[in-house]
Design a binder for this molecule. Structure first.
Ligand SMILES: Cc1cc2nc3c(=O)[nH]c(=O)nc-3n(C[C@H](O)[C@H](O)[C@H](O)COP(=O)(O)O)c2cc1C
Length: 136
């Protein structure tokens, strides 16, 4: 079975308060731990960007759940690829808010200085996520 990496963008439905976010994260961490999935979730009050890595069937199964989850909408897959190693082996699902993202980081990875994750490519999204974790 192959190791794959999924990166997607979605838009939150209504306000995602800290209780909702906490509940998403605690489900994610418990389930991901059980299925050897790892990754990072970035959220900025409107958009989610998530990178999930693990076995092809576990990631596919989760993608089905994510499409059905009514806490977000307009899910767009930026990439679903076989990879040779994990980027985030230590994190069952690490959360990173975008509060301290600087203009510099946004300009380096995107077209404008705003957080517009739908315009990221798979590669720029991965580079952005790696940088976000390094800044934690
Ligand atoms: C933005 C977002 C990210 C999520 N990330 C994960 C995740 O990494 N792992 C996971 O199992 N569920 C995640 N979920 C929840 C799934 O959509 C779904 O509710 C869950 O997999 C169902 O698990 P359950 O059958 O144990 O209730 C996420 C939901 C949202 C809205």
């Amino acid at each position: 079975m192959h190791l794959v990496r999924l990166v997607y963008v979605s838009t939150s439905i209504n306000e995602v308060d800290s209780d909702t976010l906490q509940s998403i994260l605690s489900t994610a961490q418990t389930n991901n731990d059980a299925h050897d999935l790892t990754g990072l979730l970035v959220f900025d009050d409107k958009y989610f960007v998530q990178l999930i890595e693990g076995g092809r069937s576990a990631v596919s199964q989760l993608l089905g759940n994510l499409y059905r989850d009514t806490r977000h909408k307009d899910l767009v897959v930026l990439g679903f690829d076989v990879v040779h190693q994990r980027q985030f082996p230590n994190w069952s699902m690490q959360f990173v808010p975008t509060v301290d993202v600087t203009k510099n980081v946004l300009l380096r990875h995107g077209v404008t200085s705003k957080f517009e994750p739908y315009s990221l490519t798979h590669e720029s999204a991965v580079a952005f996520m790696v940088e976000m974790l390094a800044r934690q």
